[in-house]
Design a protein around this ligand. Structure first.
Ligand SMILES: [Fe+2]
Length: 262
């Protein structure tokens, strides 16, 4: 059995607030919760949008905060991330691609694949031919191992109109590739700051709320100009994976009021 802590979208800033929210307080609360209750996890994942304001300073300082974790954290790229700062300050596995921040982790008879869907200058996601070719190799190398994929951008529309406009652009190429293999067991995505779950071409997927601010449900309708985070507490998830089964336990790790300064 593999136990994973799944966290996403801390939108860390080394100083200041985002719409009255102090993202440092929320990240620290998450790490304290994990250390207190889940220090036995095999690893943790931070599924993108680590920073967003002052890239250099934010990576330098979030790296210091992440050292407080008792559990090894694997970070992946989101739309707000930047590869140079990401590589400079964060700890990455030896298997990381040279040009993109994609890597694999082997754990208890399963392969965990971490993708880089960042598209420079865009909030939408990209998986270029080089990244897709790397993924194809990762799926082919150990065809009998189940593969669990973590990525920032969803490869399907989730019924969240403003966010569906900034999903993964090469969604069909990605889905054609993974359904051409029979070992992809589950997809885990960040980006939308909301928990959703379902299947895409028969493959189960889940998204998760953010460590920082949450996104509203699709009704009543909203757009980026009217965007107003709901008064929902942040969440992480505890994943239990083994013998082909996946359990996702969404967990509130602190009160909504933590980090609210505005
Ligand atoms: Fe985000």
């Amino acid at each position: 059995m593999t136990k994973i802590i799944w966290m996403s979208d801390p939108h860390f800033q080394s100083r200041g607030t985002i719409d009255g929210l102090n993202p440092r307080a929320r990240l620290d609360a998450a790490l304290a919760y994990v250390n207190a209750h889940h220090a036995d996890a095999d690893f943790a994942v931070l599924s993108g949008d680590l920073v967003g304001d002052d890239i250099e300073a934010d990576y330098a300082v979030i790296a210091q905060h992440l050292t407080k974790s008792a559990v090894r954290i694997h970070p992946i790229m989101g739309n707000n991330d930047e590869r140079v700062g990401f590589r400079k300050y964060l700890t990455l596995p030896d298997t990381v691609m040279p040009d993109f921040i994609q890597f694999t982790v082997e754990q208890a008879g399963a392969r965990f694949v971490f993708l880089d869907t960042h598209k420079i200058g865009s909030h939408a996601g990209r998986l270029c031919t080089a990244r897709l070719a790397w993924l194809g190799d990762a799926l082919r190398q150990q065809p009998h191992k189940p593969v669990y994929i973590f990525m920032h951008h969803p490869p399907l529309a989730l019924g969240l109109p403003p966010q569906d406009e900034i999903m993964l652009e090469e969604h069909d190429d990605f889905l054609d590739l993974i359904t051409g293999h029979d070992n992809v067991a589950h997809l885990f995505m960040g980006h939308v700051h909301r928990p959703t779950a379902g299947t895409v071409r028969g493959i189960p997927f889940a998204t998760i709320g953010a460590l920082s601010f949450q996104a509203p449900p699709p009704s009543p309708a909203w757009d980026w100009d009217s965007f107003n985070p709901p008064r929902e507490a942040p969440q992480l998830a505890v994943l239990h994976i083994g013998q082909g089964d996946v359990v996702v336990q969404y967990t509130q790790f602190c009160e909504y009021a933590v980090g609210i300064e505005g």
